[in-house]
Design a protein around this ligand. Structure first.
Ligand code: KIV
Length: 285
């Protein structure tokens, strides 16, 4: 899969299937199933590293997992998530990080979250402003321009952007009122004009997602944004039933693996305790 093929899929009316992966075996399985794009998402922090949110995920974490995914990947486009960019971070450092994710991690592109400045309550929480304040929309657009100038393909991400959770006031559907809806539409157009090759739109009303999708020539990938987007993305652990976090409405759990894993492990523990494992068949004579 290539970026131009992803763009062509929109023109041909073919839907794009994207999922996250963080390791080798999962990447292999996703390829066998015909996935178009694999995202090494910063959801990694919450689903694999036991962190409270996505803010503590580092570039090193993403590269480490991206390398593993790359080893298992045969045909999907690999997109690596750019971890949270604090306000004080220099653009040149972000460029260096993005280059590392491509050159060392093996990603084909990076994804960057863009918070909508006026949606965010900057300044409401002083702690957030001094230590964990994110970049404003304009600053992120400048970073994207810099990355593109350096031949690093970028996927945008708007709507409920988890890196801006505190500024957005928590997990809430975005763009419900006219003002924020038109701001999201304007930002989507701005991102297309800047040169992103596709756009993740998270947790917005389906009518707005349809409007954004219809007004862009680049593909939109929805998550909690209805069926009219050009593609869909979900977190792999959510669709497999491996997550103990709260399940948002937009998640479809295709299988519930956790109880099956629990049963298997319980059985193993029991057999070890009862000296039933290893049996003859697992022993070298
Ligand atoms: O980090 C992630 O997994 C994501 C997707 C859910 C879009 O950003």
């Amino acid at each position: 899969m290539t970026i131009s093929k992803i763009k062509e899929m929109k023109k041909a009316g073919k839907k794009i299937a994207m999922l996250t992966a963080y390791d080798y075996e999962t990447a292999k399985t996703l390829n066998e199933a015909g996935i178009d794009i694999i995202l090494i998402g910063d959801s990694l922090g919450m689903v694999k590293l036991g962190q409270e949110n996505t803010l503590d995920v580092t570039v090193h974490d993403i590269i480490y997992h991206c390398k593993a995914v790359k080893r298992g990947n045969s045909g999907a486009l690999l997109v690596a998530d750019m971890p949270f960019i604090p306000q004080h971070k220099k653009n040149i450092e972000v460029l260096k990080d993005a280059k590392c994710m491509i050159e060392h991690g093996g990603a084909d592109a990076v994804k960057i979250e863009v918070g909508i400045t006026s949606q965010c309550c900057y300044g409401k929480d002083t702690k957030a402003v001094t230590s964990m304040a994110p970049k404003t929309t304009d600053s992120v657009l400048k970073i994207i321009e810099l990355l593109l100038k350096n031949n690093i393909p970028v996927m945008g991400h708007i709507g409920l952007t988890p890196q801006y959770l505190e500024q957005l006031g928590g997990y809430k559907v975005q763009g419900r009122d006219d003002k924020t809806a038109s701001e999201l539409l304007a930002t989507a157009r701005l991102l297309e004009a800047t040169g992103v090759f596709s756009l993740v739109i998270e947790c917005i009303p389906p009518s707005l997602a349809k409007q954004i999708t219809g007004s862009l020539s680049i593909p939109t990938i929805g998550i909690g944004a209805g069926v009219e987007c050009d593609g869909q993305v979900l977190v792999i652990d959510d669709i497999l039933g491996l997550c103990s976090r709260i399940k948002p409405k937009f998640v479809k759990q295709y299988i519930n693996l956790k109880p099956q894993i629990l049963d298997a492990v319980k059985q193993y523990v029991k057999e070890v305790k009862e000296r039933k494992f290893p049996g003859e068949e697992n022993t070298y004579n």
